[in-house]
Design a protein around this ligand. Structure first.
Ligand SMILES: NC(=O)c1ccc[n+]([C@@H]2O[C@H](COP(=O)([O-])OP(=O)(O)OC[C@H]3O[C@@H](n4cnc5c(N)ncnc54)[C@H](OP(=O)(O)O)[C@@H]3O)[C@@H](O)[C@H]2O)c1
Length: 283
């Protein structure tokens, strides 16, 4: 398939590699996604079978950036996503949009976790702009929204959850649904190939405590590393973050319905940490 990828960044580039490995013909483009004419021109020039929206604002160095850059965040995460989806709808092109599981905060109505069909309860600016897009995009018959969170990767980079937790002076002692990036790639490739639409939760089955990740880190990467722990509430009250972070557990029902199975988190986490350790120790 010919797939046009808009603005691949950290996550988009990983997916591009996965799509190429799966034999697809990829074109990457950097076009302002709030510009409908520019988006139409890009689609006319490329004639893709599918589009991946890799663009978005997640906040650099972290999501607190979005709290004081509301307009930029809204333009990229909400308006741009809708404009891109409009252009794809008008040309009957399947579009995969990168959403986030951080639209859910805390306990889910179903003790097994938040479902794709649940209404979310976003709090931070970033989460609100992402969920605002989701609410409209779910009304379009040509769009898949792939929600993932806290990406874990074998490559040591600042965006990797492993690097983040190792660097933090204090780590919140919480349990979450998380996404190993190799599994996100599996999910997105499968959704594009099967032309899946609607919301998909691309989280690894099972729950990961930050303590599980750090335990594996000391076992496989650095036995001398010591972590300091705090509660989730203390993150804001001690000034380490501007706004409470999303912590949650999600179910991935719809991926399974589409015939896409992700690895359980304990297996995927050990695999990715072994690869991470090899990358760190080979430097
Ligand atoms: N990374 C995560 O932890 C995570 C977790 C869950 C969901 N997501 C979602 O995944 C998507 C990609 O995240 P990422 O981590 O790959 O981000 P990234 O590395 O910052 O890449 C995003 C890319 O989008 C571009 N962009 C931003 N606004 C744009 C606009 N209006 N028009 C065109 N291009 C624009 C950026 O360009 P510039 O470089 O010029 O700014 C950048 O190249 C986002 O939608 C994010 O919400 C990310």
């Amino acid at each position: 398939m010919k797939i046009l990828v808009f603005s691949p960044g950290y996550v988009g580039k990983k997916i591009v590699t996965g799509l190429q490995n799966a034999g697809h013909d990829i074109e990457s483009i950097k076009v302002e996604i709030t510009d409908l004419n520019a988006v139409h021109a890009a689609l006319d020039a490329s004639h893709p079978d599918a589009v991946l929206n890799g663009a978005g604002r997640r906040g650099i160095p972290n999501v607190d950036w979005c709290e004081t850059n509301q307009i930029s965040t809204m333009r990229s995460n909400t308006i741009g996503a809708l404009i891109l989806a409009q252009a794809c709808f008008e040309k009957n092109i399947h579009m995969v949009h990168l959403g986030t599981g951080c639209v859910f905060y805390g306990e889910s109505p179903d003790p097994a976790g938040w479902k794709e069909s649940d209404h979310a309860n976003p709090q931070a600016v970033y989460s609100r702009t992402k969920y605002a897009a989701d609410l409209i995009l779910t009304e379009l018959p040509n769009v898949a929204i792939v929600r993932f969170r806290m990406p874990i990767d074998s490559e040591p980079t600042p965006e990797n959850l492993i690097n983040k937790l190792v660097k933090y002076p204090k780590i919140i002692d919480v349990r979450n649904s998380v996404t190993v990036l190799d599994d996100l790639v599996t999910a997105v490739v499968g959704i594009i190939e099967k032309r899946g639409v609607g919301v998909f939760h691309a989280v690894n089955p099972g729950v990961m405590a930050h303590r599980d990740l750090m335990k594996l880190y000391t076992e496989l990467v650095d036995p001398n590393h010591i972590s300091d722990w705090i509660t989730a509430d203390a993150l804001v009250s001690t000034g380490l973050a501007k706004r409470i972070r999303s912590n949650n557990i999600m179910q991935n029902i719809r991926l399974r319905e589409l015939g896409i199975e992700l690895r359980p988190i304990d297996i995927a986490l050990r695999d990715v940490m072994e690869k991470y350790a090899r990358a760190v120790h080979s430097v």
